[in-house]
Design a protein around this ligand. Structure first.
Ligand SMILES: [Zn+2]
Length: 269
C-alpha cells in the first residue's frame, strides 16, 4: 500500500486539507498528533527505520479505529530522533537535543497560531523519552497549548507476551520491536540474523538502563550486536496482538483527551 493510503491518511492527515479548511475547522476539541520516531541502528536484523516505522504503523491503526465524529488529526511524522547513543553504529542519523526541541516547539507554535489547543506527541524511540517530557512542559508554558505525551511501549501491551527479562531489559531490537516489524513489514526483517543479547546489568540489583537507578550509557557500552533483548523469540502473531492492544487502548485514550479540560483540573473548594 502506498504510504498515504488508507483511512488515517485519507481522512485524518491534517496537511491534506487546504488552509481554508483548517481555518474553518472546529478547534475547541481538535487533537493534533505528531509522531516522533528515530532512524538508528537496530542490530543486523532490523531496519534503521524501525522506530519511525512502528510509530507510523501504530498511529495509522489507531486512527482507523476512531469513530467518524472524532476530531483527531495527524501531522507528518518527525522521523528522526535524538539517537546519539547509537552513533557508534553506521546508518544512525541523530538530531541533537536542541534541534529536536526546536523542531517540535516550532511545530507547536505554528499549531497555536492556527488556533489549535491540543497537541499530542506520539513517541516510539526510547532515546527521545526524557527530552520529550521536558519539551512537553516547555510548550505548555510557552504557548498555552494542552500537550499530551504517549510512548506506546509504556502501555504494557507486551506484558503477558514476552518473558519478564525481556519486559525489563528488552529495550532495543529485541522480541518486542522485532515482533512488531514482523507484523507490519515482514520483508524488512532479516530472519536469519536474529540474536539474543541481554546486557549483563541483570547481575545488578539497583542499576538498570531505563528503570529504578540508571546509568548513562551508549549502545556500544552495553551491547555487541547493537540490540538489547531476545529477537529470536519474535513472531508476527505476537506483534499483531501488541499492535491491536495498543491501537484499541489508544483510540479510547484519544477520545478522552479530546474532551479533557485543563481549566477544570483545579478543584473548587
Ligand atoms: Zn527501536
Amino acid at each position: 500500500m502506498f504510504r498515504y493510503e488508507g483511512e488515517a491518511w485519507e481522512k485524518r492527515f491534517l496537511p491534506r486539507l487546504t488552509y481554508a479548511e483548517v481555518e474553518a475547522m472546529e478547534k475547541e476539541d481538535a487533537l493534533v498528533i505528531l509522531p516522533v520516531g528515530a532512524v538508528e541502528q537496530h542490530g543486523s536484523h532490523l531496519p534503521l527505520m524501525t522506530d519511525a516505522l512502528i510509530g507510523e504503523a501504530l498511529i495509522t491503526r489507531t486512527l482507523e479505529r476512531l469513530p467518524e465524529t472524532a476530531n483527531v488529526w495527524l501531522l507528518p511524522p518527525v522521523s528522526y530522533g535524538k539517537s546519539n547513543e547509537h552513533l557508534d553504529f553506521a546508518g544512525t542519523i541523530s538530531l541533537s537535543a536542541a534541534t529536536l526541541q526546536s523542531i517540535i516547539t516550532d511545530i507547536a507554535v505554528s499549531l497555536q497560531r492556527s488556533g489549535f489547543r491540543r497537541l499530542m506527541l506520539f513517541n516510539t524511540h526510547g532515546g527521545n523519552v526524557d527530552l520529550l517530557n521536558v519539551v512537553s512542559r516547555e510548550i505548555r508554558v510557552q504557548t498555552g497549548l494542552m500537550v499530551f505525551y504517549v510512548n506506546p511501549h509504556s502501555l504494557d501491551a507486551d506484558k503477558d507476551l514476552v518473558t519478564p527479562e525481556e519486559h525489563e531489559y528488552g529495550i532495543h531490537g529485541g522480541d518486542i520491536e522485532t515482533s512488531l516489524v514482523l507484523a507490519f513489514k515482514p520483508g524488512w526483517v532479516h530472519e536469519d540474523k536474529l540474536v539474543n543479547e541481554i546486557p549483563a546489568v541483570t547481575d545488578y540489583k539497583y542499576l538498570t538502563m531505563e528503570g529504578r537507578i540508571r546509568f548513562a550509557w551508549k549502545m556500544s557500552d552495553i551491547s555487541r550486536s547493537g540490540i538489547a533483548g531476545d529477537a529470536t523469540l519474535a513472531t508476527a502473531n505476537k506483534g499483531e496482538l501488541m499492535a491491536e492492544r495498543i491501537a484499541s487502548e489508544l483510540a479510547l485514550a484519544l477520545q478522552e483527551i479530546s474532551h479533557f479540560d485543563i481549566d477544570r483540573i483545579v478543584r473548587d473548594k
